[in-house]
Write a protein that binds this ligand. Structure first.
Ligand code: PLP
Length: 434
């Protein structure tokens, strides 16, 4: 079957060779790609998997009884099983294919939220959320007359756990936080958050506005699943979302994992073909999980490609991935301390690399001339691009946290499995030219 040839282990030493795009020259320089938090590059094995799917197996799933339809359906099912096992789900039916993390959050805000949120209820997010994990909750709150509250972020860029405890109350219906911040880099203590919430659930289960299932806990894992071992059951959350394109898989495919009993309880998000049992002129009944949440023709090639990406990551090993990116982050944080006589680098988020994922957002301030003046992130990114180095600048879809820090924009470097210390050296040399 299509994942069979992806079993042997893979060393990180020569991994760059697997990524054809990394052979490109950009503005006369070899590409140094430091924007994996926005999207990762794709290894040849994943590109080949997509080509093979379309060349040899393409057909719609769960329909027509012909060989290609059967092959495609099997590949789609194996993809679901592979990805479900990768994140420690106990049942592949708990894994819903969506387009991306954003769609997964919208699905829950829509389907669960519209059934369960009432006027006066509270939705608790943190100040470091990506807009994807804020705007859908804001829309829901506006529609229902509920309130979105924010867990404070400490000056060190960490979640204020005491503030979480203070803000939990019987009106809190869901707590939705990011696993790894795409701006501060902070790895949030999801397991501890889940434990605090569980204890709160038990303590308040008899109050009229609550029951032992509330508040639920939703985790935005977009920046975690590609970079470290994740086991949704061990974390103790209710929902978990991630995107395929950030983990070496194709664009347009992502996953929502949810506890089976919750997914069974809530109504579908989108409706139409592929998710019904019976339809009459006045009534429709829906299929079981996971099809109930996958209306219309799914992105089969995307799912198959994402499963290939999972196999690829498993060949490297998620512990190895984390260790590699941690080492690069430590190295970069050290290098950033060796600063130019012309400017000072301010780094945001925890200064201890162990507490952060493989990304660093920073600003540059000039020392002399226009002393104290900040170089705009776009200028930094442009100068780096002229030397073949791809980084991101702006608010990274985390405007509230930038506002809190009084920042209009930052520059962000983010690592993937293909990055090396040599890439960091090139970055630091290029920064000196600014
Ligand atoms: N959440 C976090 C933490 C992210 O970093 C991103 C994307 O950068 C998203 C959510 C949204 O991901 P997508 O655009 O794939 O839906």
């Amino acid at each position: 079957m299509y994942l069979e040839n992806m079993k042997s282990t893979k060393s990180l030493n020569s991994i760059k060779k697997d990524f054809p795009i990394l052979n490109r020259q950009i503005n006369g320089h070899p590409l140094v790609y430091l924007d994996s938090a926005a999207t990762s590059q794709k290894p040849q094995a994943i590109i080949d998997t997509l080509v093979d799917y379309y060349k040899n197996h393409n057909a719609n799933v769960h329909r027509g009884i012909h060989t290609l339809g059967d092959e495609s359906t099997k590949m789609y099912d194996i993809a679901r099983q592979t990805i479900a096992e990768f994140i420690g789900a106990s049942d592949k039916k708990e894994l819903i294919f969506v387009r991306n993390t954003t769609e997964a959050i919208n699905l829950v805000a829509y389907s669960w939220g519209r059934e369960n949120i009432k006027s006066g209820d509270e939705i608790l997010v943190s100040e470091m959320e990506h807009h994807s994990n804020l705007v859908p909750w804001q829309m829901l709150a506006k529609e229902k007359g509920a309130v979105v509250k924010f867990i404070n972020v400490t000056p060190e860029g960490k979640l204020d756990m005491e503030d979480l405890k203070r803000k939990l109350n019987p009106k809190t219906k869901i707590v939705s936080v990011v696993h790894v911040s795409n701006f501060l880099g902070t790895i949030n203590p999801v397991k501890e958050i889940a434990k605090i919430i569980k204890e709160f659930q038990i303590a308040t289960s008899k109050t009229p506005r609550n029951d032992e299932k509330r508040p639920l806990i939703f985790i935005d894992g977009a920046q975690a699943v590609p970079h470290m071992p994740v086991n949704v059951k061990e974390l103790g959350c209710d929902f978990y979302a991630f995107s395929g394109h950030k983990m070496y898989g194709p664009m347009g495919i992502g996953c929502l994992w949810g506890k089976k009993e919750l997914l069974e309880e809530i109504p579908p998000f989108l409706t139409g073909g592929g998710m019904i049992n019976t339809v009459s002129k006045d009534k429709t009944t829906f299929t079981d999980l996971p099809d109930k949440f996958e209306a219309g023709t799914p992105n089969v090639a995307g799912a198959v490609g994402l499963a290939a990406a999972v196999k690829y990551l498993q060949r490297v090993g998620m512990k190895t991935v984390r260790e590699h990116e941690l080492e690069l982050t430590k190295y970069a944080l050290e290098k950033f301390k060796v600063q130019s006589s012309k400017f000072k680098i301010n780094i945001y988020g925890p200064m201890n690399a162990e507490e952060r994922g493989g990304l660093i957002a920073f600003t540059l301030r000039l020392r002399s001339g226009q002393a104290g003046k900040e170089v705009h992130g776009h200028d930094v990114a442009q100068v780096l691009d002229s030397q073949g180095i791809a980084v991101r600048s702006g608010h990274h879809c985390v405007m509230p946290m930038h506002d809190k820090l009084g920042l209009a924009a930052t520059t962000r470097v983010s690592f993937g499995i293909y990055n090396t210390k040599e890439d960091v050296n090139k970055l630091v040399e290029a920064l000196k030219k600014i």
